[in-house]
Design a protein around this ligand. Structure first.
Ligand code: SF4
Length: 269
């Protein structure tokens, strides 16, 4: 099993350099974080960003949301889909106003006592708003932790709480999410450029790809030349646009090109 302290320091160092700049990472307002988490549950980040700003402008606080009608909330949710989430948020706001004076409580059990908040969302609010070192496990985090520490996905919850660094829970959880969303993808994880490559016990299909012999070597050289030509003419190219992304990954491992955390290749600077 990977050594926890080394995984922690490699991942935190990567996050310090590569963290995605997301607007909800610039606030510690529990309500704003709750809204982001609920929106992100079934909607992609780039679609959530404008909706998150618009929602907070329309309902700046839990009290504002609780004063609105459920129909207002559903209307404001338009364009995000899965509208029951708007109903849940409205119900949470009403309960928080009735029972907590318009604030969200700080602990996971108290947050889970609010109808509509599950363990994951409770962990996100406790950690991202109140900086408590608690774990939260969604699909991406489950995949990353089960690969890195070689445990069954069904056993990740137990492990997740044990590996949160007590002094850096916020960055750790955000980093796990970033890694799962960008490099440690379900299909074709970008292991060769992953900060956990040396520690991780999980798959690295590209790294395991053995150089082929004979004529294929020629075609591999040809492809490498074409890739470099393309990158000379374009500032960056999405990895998914290459027919042979594992060749680009290998070139990144060799220092010829760089692959950004969001999956774009460019010539190494
Ligand atoms: S080395 Fe590969 S499997 Fe392991 S965490 Fe990184 S991307 Fe995921």
């Amino acid at each position: 099993m990977a050594e926890v302290a080394r995984v922690q320091s490699a991942l935190l160092e990567w996050y310090a350099r590569q963290a995605r700049d997301l607007p909800w990472r610039r606030t510690r307002d529990p309500y704003a974080i709750l809204v982001a988490e609920v929106m992100l549950q079934q909607t992609q980040v780039d679609r959530v960003i404008p909706k998150w700003h618009a929602w907070l402008q329309r309902f700046p606080s839990l009290a504002d949301l609780a004063q609105a009608t459920r129909a207002d909330a559903i209307r404001a949710w338009q364009g995000l889909g899965y509208n029951l989430r708007a109903v849940r948020l409205h119900a949470i706001a009403c309960q928080a106003v009735a029972e907590y004076g318009g604030e969200l409580p700080r602990t996971v059990p108290e947050l889970m006592a609010l109808k509509g908040i599950g363990r994951y969302t409770a962990g996100a609010v406790a950690c991202f708003a109140y900086e408590q070192p608690v774990a939260m496990v969604d699909t991406n985090v489950r995949r990353v932790l089960s690969r890195v520490f070689e445990v069954e996905p069904s056993d990740v919850e137990k492990l997740a709480d044990q590996v949160v660094p007590p002094a850096a829970g916020y960055a750790w959880n955000q980093a796990l999410m970033d890694l799962g969303a960008t490099l440690c993808r379900a299909k074709r994880p970008l292991c060769l450029v992953c900060p956990l490559l040396a520690e991780c016990g999980g798959p690295r299909p590209s790294a395991r790809t053995k150089p082929a012999a004979g004529a294929f070597q020629g075609s591999r050289r040809f492809l490498r030349g074409r890739i470099l030509d393309a990158l000379r003419h374009h500032e960056r190219i999405a990895l998914v646009d290459f027919g042979e992304p594992e060749i680009v990954e290998r070139m990144a491992a060799e220092g010829l090109v760089e692959i950004s955390f969001d999956g774009y290749a460019r010539l190494a600077l």
